[in-house]
Write a protein that binds this ligand. Structure first.
Ligand code: ZN
Length: 283
């Protein structure tokens, strides 16, 4: 079956098509191993035939779908694989920041599937071992038969705008010049819209209106799904909670904070959208 063009070559299935060519994403801990050529890290995934010695260090291999029409697997490798010649470990956050959309999805999915497999060896209901299903991404309890699927935690992230300014906040453990848009987990029983109203009010004491959905993005820490929004503030007086947020300020579209998220990740996409819209209106 052809992968729809809109998916940019990545089909996130759990079922193998048994293609001749196999792509692999080698993972050590929470890092992805990239292949080196002339001392330059190469794009991923790599072909299995280029994986060389990695097979020797492979603890588990799990199908994460198809990449450009061929099966793609994540390989969970032993720590020793870090030292393999011709490969270099890449810190996930910086890799994601520099990836395009399909690479981002691949890396995100690979890390999440490995993490899910490692953390669900035993059934949460009865404590007996789980076994991997052959037909879907499910770990099934050998005793009570309950299925354990990879867990996805939805979060909202929002650019709160007041006239030509956007609200940026700094978390207590961030460097002094790093700011971002507000974000938080959706609580059990809450809608995304309710979570937006609650998070913004809790963190900075502002009521919002005109909520607009922008898009979503998987974020593998470990299984978040970021739902991105723009919203308007009803007024501009900020009252920080002092716990989740250390400080928050309004920044004009042409005077943004020194360190902000790159446009490859959702926070950066929202900031870019704010700047585009504000410069059109106020520039
Ligand atoms: Zn069980």
């Amino acid at each position: 079956m052809e992968t729809p063009e809109s998916l940019n070559g990545f089909f996130a299935s759990s079922v193998k098509i048994n293609s001749k060519k196999i792509f692999i994403i080698p993972v050590v801990g929470n890092q992805i191993l990239l292949r080196l050529s002339d001392n330059q890290a190469q794009p991923f995934p790599i072909e299995e035939s280029d994986g060389g010695v990695l097979k020797f260090f492979c603890k588990n291999r799990l199908c994460i779908g198809q990449w450009q029409g061929s099966d793609c697997e994540v390989w969970d490798l032993m720590k020793e694989a870090e030292a393999c010649e011709g490969f270099v470990c890449s810190e996930l956050r910086s890799l994601l920041a520099s990836s395009n959309d399909p690479e981002f999805s691949l890396a995100s999915r690979a890390i999440q599937i490995v993490d899910w497999y490692r953390k669900n060896k035993f059934c949460g209901q009865c404590g007996e071992p789980n076994e991997l299903s052959c037909t879907e991404h499910s770990l099934t309890c050998v005793k009570c038969g309950i299925n354990h699927y990879p867990r996805i935690s939805p979060c909202v992230i929002v650019a709160v705008v007041y006239e030509d300014k956007c609200l940026f906040a700094r978390h207590p453990n961030w460097p002094v010049d790093r700011f971002s848009t507000l974000a938080g987990f959706i609580e059990a029983g809450e809608s995304a819209e309710q979570a937006l109203h609650r998070e913004v009010f809790e963190e900075v004491g502002i009521e919002i209106e005109n909520i607009r959905y922008v898009g979503s993005q998987a974020w593998p820490y470990p299984g978040q799904l970021m739902l991105g929004y723009m919203a308007s503030a009803k007024q501009d007086i900020i009252t920080v909670d002092g716990v989740e947020i250390a400080e928050a300020f309004w920044f004009r579209y042409d005077q943004l904070p020194p360190i902000i998220a790159p446009p490859t990740i959702m926070a950066g996409k929202l900031i870019k959208k704010f700047v585009e819209e504000a410069s059109e209106r106020y520039g």
